[in-house]
Ligand binder design. Structure first.
Ligand code: ZN
Length: 202
């Protein structure tokens, strides 16, 4: 499955000058929501990811995503794995699990994002799951930005990866384009201004 082609066909791999949520700048931005707006594509991607996860043999009771970015991918993956789906959300900046969702002691939970960059949000949500006694058995995402090692890829884990190294990370593809600290950004040096994705209709 050619994930890059799927993102490009959906106009979800944006080229320009972007300010990422980490504060870094990049020439590219992945807008997974655009890929997932077609439920058939969402289903197809989730089934492909589920196949890989099932082949690994890990046991999963529940998929949990951090809102908002991970919701659609997580729901589609839970459907493909035929397990429960819950989500964590930020309230006043703090990740929490609300809406009557319960996590049982020893429940095996797979964290799911649309894209893993350093995995920070996924791990914040995971720490809430663990505080209820849940066990994090793996992490999954449609795409990997290349900072963390995923199953089946020869990309090695970078120091800023926040995913634990003792559980598997599954993703369909690596997107390893460069990110720059603002003061070192060549696009800024060329005189253009970084925009926040979403701020101008993207
Ligand atoms: Zn820049």
């Amino acid at each position: 499955m050619d994930i890059k082609k799927i993102y490009m066909d959906a106009d979800a791999l944006l080229e320009g000058h972007f300010k990422l949520s980490s504060g870094n700048h990049s020439q590219f931005y992945l807008q997974s929501a655009k890929v997932l707006e077609d439920p058939k594509t969402a289903k197809l991607l989730a089934e492909e990811l589920a196949k890989e996860i099932k082949a690994s043999g890990i046991e999963i009771d529940t998929v949990c995503s951090p809102a908002l970015g991970g919701l659609i991918a997580g729901f589609a993956l839970a459907t493909a794995l035929d397990v429960r789906f819950i989500f964590a959300e930020r309230v006043n900046g703090e990740m929490s699990i609300r809406r009557g969702f319960e996590v049982k002691e020893g429940e095996k939970v797979l964290m799911c994002e649309d894209i893993i960059t350093t995995g920070g949000s996924a791990m914040e949500a995971a720490s809430v799951v663990k505080s209820f006694g849940g066990e994090i058995v793996g992490v999954a995402a449609l795409a990997n930005r290349g900072f963390c090692h995923r199953e089946g890829s020869d990309i090695e884990t970078k120091p800023n990866c926040k995913l634990p190294q003792d559980i598997p990370f599954f993703a369909l593809a690596d997107f390893t384009f460069e990110m720059y600290a603002p003061e070192e950004c060549p696009l800024c040096k060329d005189g253009s201004e970084a925009i926040k994705p979403g701020s101008r209709g993207n």
